[in-house]
Design a protein around this ligand. Structure first.
Ligand code: NAD
Length: 354
């Protein structure tokens, strides 16, 4: 996508951000810093005015820390705050909806804004979990509508899920993906289903992290350390399939079997893993797993993996530590821990026939 003389992408020129909370403000900051004309709105005149103040605090903080250029502050100062939804979306190229994750609120806001938007305006929802085909039913002229799932903090997290519904115009998907790349994001187009890809996986991780605490294996602080310093350490560079290939799919299948026998159905692996092992595709060690590798490619991959891990260890050693407040039992407040224990006792005491 071509950029104009200010470095801004060729499309969109004007953007409306609806819902200026955690996500909306971060996205507004990045859009404004990229040179777009940005409007924001929130639930009321007061909420919208406060949101503008928070936007300015946010970008000034980033500029003071040297992580955005001083010009970003001027560009955010030019963002306009409109308390009225219709006025905010009128005549803009691109509308970014980031209101509460509540179905009725999304339905209402999407219906109202799509009635006022220009017919060629592209409308996206930042929903974390609602299927896009469901939201699309509330959008007038839904061919121009798609999901655009950013991650917190939006200015810094590169990945964005792009989620068309069944009748989204493919041209809108391309237009949005090109725009994201032009402002430094890494879009991935995925299909619509509750939670999409990222939150389905993140949610499964969080569920098991909570279960480890509830089962008394470790405290929240310890679970965080384990995740961060073990498999999480690898994830800036590789996803689960390449990591599994480098570990050995036979090894993972065997470990998965132990957990399925212990924890039951929720640990049952989809057949793909067993099929690959049955075919002898055990990963990098045999030249094929989820992916295929020539001997040269495999050696290169493993060396580059090690180079990245060494560089990450160096970076981590150089960054100042982050201190967080200690609350109660090593990260779980006494009240919550006690509540969890009581709830567990009550659950255990509930007769089966209730
Ligand atoms: N917080 C995250 O980590 C995260 C990450 C990805 C996606 N999301 C999604 O982004 C969306 C926004 O999440 P958030 O974390 O920014 O929430 P938030 O509560 O911080 O912000 C939501 C904003 O929407 C405003 N709002 C509510 N109803 C409105 C209306 N009718 N008109 C205008 N504004 C209205 C609220 O006043 C608030 O400022 C949700 O769909 C959420 O699931 C959140």
């Amino acid at each position: 996508m071509a950029a104009d003389e200010t470095g801004a992408p060729a499309w969109p020129k004007t953007v409306a951000v609806i819902g200026a909370g955690t996500m909306g403000l971060g996205v507004a900051e990045q859009f404004a810093a990229a040179g777009l004309t940005v409007r924001i709105t929130d639930r009321s005149i007061e909420a919208t005015a406060q949101a503008y103040e928070r936007l300015m605090q946010r970008v000034r903080g980033h500029a003071a820390a040297g992580i955005v250029p001083p010009q970003a502050v001027e560009r955010c100062a030019a963002v306009t705050a409109h308390p009225d939804l219709a006025a905010t979306v009128a005549d803009v190229d691109f509308i970014f909806e980031a209101v509460f994750e509540q179905q009725d609120v999304k339905y209402d806001v999407l219906a109202r804004l799509s009635r006022t938007a220009r017919p060629d305006a592209v409308i996206v929802s930042n929903t974390s979990s609602f299927p896009i085909d469901d939201l699309a039913e509330h959008v007038l002229n839904a061919a121009r509508f798609l999901g655009l799932h950013w991650f917190n903090p939006p200015e810094w997290t590169p990945g964005v899920e792009v989620i068309p519904h069944d009748t989204t115009d493919p041209a809108a998907v391309t237009q949005v993906a090109d725009f994201l790349r032009a402002i430094g994001k890494r879009p991935v187009v995925v299909r619509s289903a509750p939670g999409f890809v990222a939150n389905r996986i993140q949610n499964a991780l969080f569920r098991e992290a909570l279960a480890c605490v509830a089962d008394g294996l470790a405290s929240p602080r310890e679970v965080d350390e384990v995740c961060r310093d073990t498999f999480g350490f690898r994830m800036p560079f590789f996803g689960p399939f390449l990591i599994a290939d480098m570990a050995g799919l036979d090894v993972w299948e065997s470990a998965a079997g132990t957990m399925e026998r212990a924890y039951g159905e929720r640990f049952k692996m989809p057949h793909i893993l067993h099929d690959l092992v049955a075919q002898g595709r055990l990963g990098t060690k045999v030249g094929a797993g989820f992916f295929t590798y020539t001997p040269e490619e495999r050696d290169h991959l493993l060396l580059e993996r090690d180079r990245r891990y060494a560089a990450l260890n160096d970076l981590l050693a150089r960054l100042p530590p982050v201190t967080i407040g200690s609350s109660g039992r090593d990260g779980l407040s006494a009240e919550i821990a006690e509540g969890a224990e009581n709830a567990e006792k009550e659950t255990k005491e509930v007769p089966n026939d209730l």
